[in-house]
Design a protein around this ligand. Structure first.
Ligand SMILES: Cc1cn([C@H]2C[C@H](O)[C@@H](COP(=O)(O)OP(=O)(O)OP(=O)(O)O)O2)c(=O)[nH]c1=O
Length: 202
């Protein structure tokens, strides 16, 4: 049973997150948030994603009704400890994908949930191995428009899967909202897994 009067808000502009949260069949509203996404000097990638996800949910909470539960997330690609955000243009995408080619990187997705004074967080870490990618392929991929707004300049849920030789971890986490970790956080609101598995009535 969904707790009565639960108002759930997804603080995100990402269509991927909307689609992924939508899989549970829960009613929720979406609020766009925009926070500064700049790692601090010496900040570890894990601390950075957690901080940004937390900033997003805090900003969402400041705009939402006071009794609402607010969910937000942040996803970053990490190679050799370096954080790859979204590409700023074709050169940047070429550089990122060139460096990811033939290597294994991590995708960190932090999820943050707030209600009232409570704050819960979860982190999903996945390892993704790319096959070797040619320059011609990178340019063709950029021209598709898919990499532009994605961390690491690729989308595993789209054509970018053609680069993926191996995935260890969470497909939804790489895509932007790890569903297992999100479900665990939603339990804090009284939403059990059985409720999420059943989905809401159409
Ligand atoms: C690696 C990867 C990332 N992404 C996306 C997920 C995120 O939308 C984006 C990373 O940027 P984020 O800053 O995490 O999110 P966002 O700016 O798109 O949305 P929000 O409003 O919630 O802050 O990259 C994919 O869609 N597929 C992938 O395979």
């Amino acid at each position: 049973m969904q707790p009565k009067d639960l108002k759930l808000i997804l603080a995100s502009t990402s269509p991927r997150r909307r689609e992924l949260l939508g899989r549970f069949g829960l009613p929720f509203e979406v609020l766009g948030v925009e926070v500064e996404e700049v790692p601090r000097r010496g900040e570890a990638a894990e601390d950075y994603v957690r901080r940004v996800a937390s900033d997003k949910s805090a900003q969402g909470q400041s705009m939402a009704p006071s009794d609402a539960a607010v969910l937000a997330a942040d996803t970053e690609v990490v190679l050799d400890g370096q954080i790859f955000g979204k590409p700023q243009g074709p050169e940047h995408a070429r550089e990122m994908l060139g460096r990811l080619s033939g290597r294994t990187h991590e995708v960190l997705s932090a999820v943050s949930l707030r209600r009232g004074n409570c704050h819960w967080q979860a982190l999903s870490v996945s390892r993704v191995r790319f096959r070797d990618i040619g320059l011609e392929e990178i340019d063709a991929y950029w021209a598709s428009g898919e990499p532009a707004d994605k961390a690491g300049a690729y989308a595993i849920q789209g054509r970018g899967e053609l680069f993926v030789a191996e995935l260890q971890g969470s497909f939804s986490g790489v895509m932007g909202l790890p569903l297992l970790e999100t479900a665990r956080l939603l339990q804090q609101l009284g939403l059990g897994t059985a409720h999420l598995l059943a989905g809401a009535a159409p």
